[in-house]
Design a protein around this ligand. Structure first.
Ligand code: DGY
Length: 327
């Protein structure tokens, strides 16, 4: 087959963000690829314009793939593949209606996300931001018995809101830090998955018991604002809060009030409502450790996520149903 014939037999794909080099190279071998070369964030209208006529759309959580986008790209569009485990940015119901397959990237990122969850928890509890700033600014007066006293993890009750794959990977690591694991989930886990973690049927009950709380629930419009003022006030005084999930699950007014009045000792946040426009009040607080949505950001994980999508598309074209197919 000539190069031209080969290209004619390939599907067209639009790739909304720059991918790791290995993944871009693999995509180019399998599709006629149009890339968002400059990697800027694109709105729905731009995606529709650039992706017109493609059968594969590679997106991430920074693109909103709503009904309008799907309808505008249908019927040529066959597959939307998102480089994320979360799919709250994709209108699955409309995708199903239009017969568009949606793939995501579960499992391969659970360990990386759990590592960042612990990074958030440790930095919040042990005052990582203030510690770094003290040394970096040249303001460290030297060791002192009362300097930067934080909270240890050993023996603390850790509440995990959302005990899916990532929540359980967090639990595994937190047990090694000597924490007691409590959780709230849509349903109670079987003993093998729970590994002794204590189930709470309501988030309110979990909050009342959580000296440290980790939000790991999947992002969804239904969970918006769930960790509200009542839940935050239910936490024991001096609690630590970390969020690895989606920013809009947390009511920012309520969390900032609690961080200001000390009811919450500290927070560690990797996700925010309206990213990348972080609520400026967080930036003014010393007792918040901030991180720019890097849960899955390791080279090996991002490559694994990319391959899961590439292999998933290949499986779909063979008429199979890959495990990462959502609709
Ligand atoms: C995910 O995989 O959902 C991460 O939050 C990155 O978007």
């Amino acid at each position: 087959m000539t190069a031209q014939n080969h290209n004619q037999s390939l599907e067209n794909a639009y790739v909304c963000r720059r991918m790791p080099a290995e993944i871009e190279a693999a995509l180019k071998e399998r599709f006629v690829v149009k890339l968002n070369e400059s990697d800027e964030l694109t709105d729905s209208a731009t995606i529709i314009e650039r992706a017109k006529g493609v059968s594969v759309l590679l997106v991430t959580a920074t693109e909103r793939i709503d009904g309008n986008v799907l309808r505008a790209l249908s019927p040529t569009l066959k597959t939307v593949a998102t480089l994320s485990v979360g799919y709250d940015h994709i209108d699955l119901a409309t995708a199903r209606e239009l017969g568009i397959e949606v793939l995501h990237t579960p499992d391969v990122l659970s360990d990386a996300c759990a590592e960042v969850a612990l990074m958030l928890l440790l930095n919040a509890a042990r005052r990582g931001y203030e510690a770094d700033r003290m040394v970096r600014s040249g303001q460290w007066p030297g060791w002192a018995p009362t300097q930067l006293l934080g909270k240890g993890l050993v023996g603390k009750r850790l509440g995990i809101f959302g005990m899916g794959r990532i929540g359980r990977a967090i639990a595994t690591r937190s047990r090694a830090f000597g924490m007691q694991i409590h959780y709230h989930n849509r349903s109670q886990l079987g003993p093998e998955d729970a590994e002794g973690a204590i189930y709470h049927a309501t988030l309110e009950s979990l909050c009342r018991h959580s000296e440290m709380l980790l939000v790991a629930a999947p992002g969804s419009p239904q969970l918006k604002g769930t960790l509200d003022q009542a839940h935050i006030r239910a936490l024991p005084p001096g609690a630590v809060v970390a969020n690895i999930s989606r920013g809009d699950i947390v009511d920012d007014d309520a969390l900032i009030e609690a961080l200001n009045n000390g009811h919450v000792f500290a927070a560690g946040l990797d996700v925010f409502a309206n990213e990348p426009n972080v609520d400026p009040r967080y930036r003014a607080l010393d007792n918040v450790f901030l991180s720019p949505h890097i849960g899955s950001a390791t080279e090996e994980t991002r490559n694994a996520m990319g391959w899961l999508l590439i292999d998933g598309i290949a499986a779909l074209r063979r008429g199979e149903r890959p495990a990462n197919l959502l609709s």
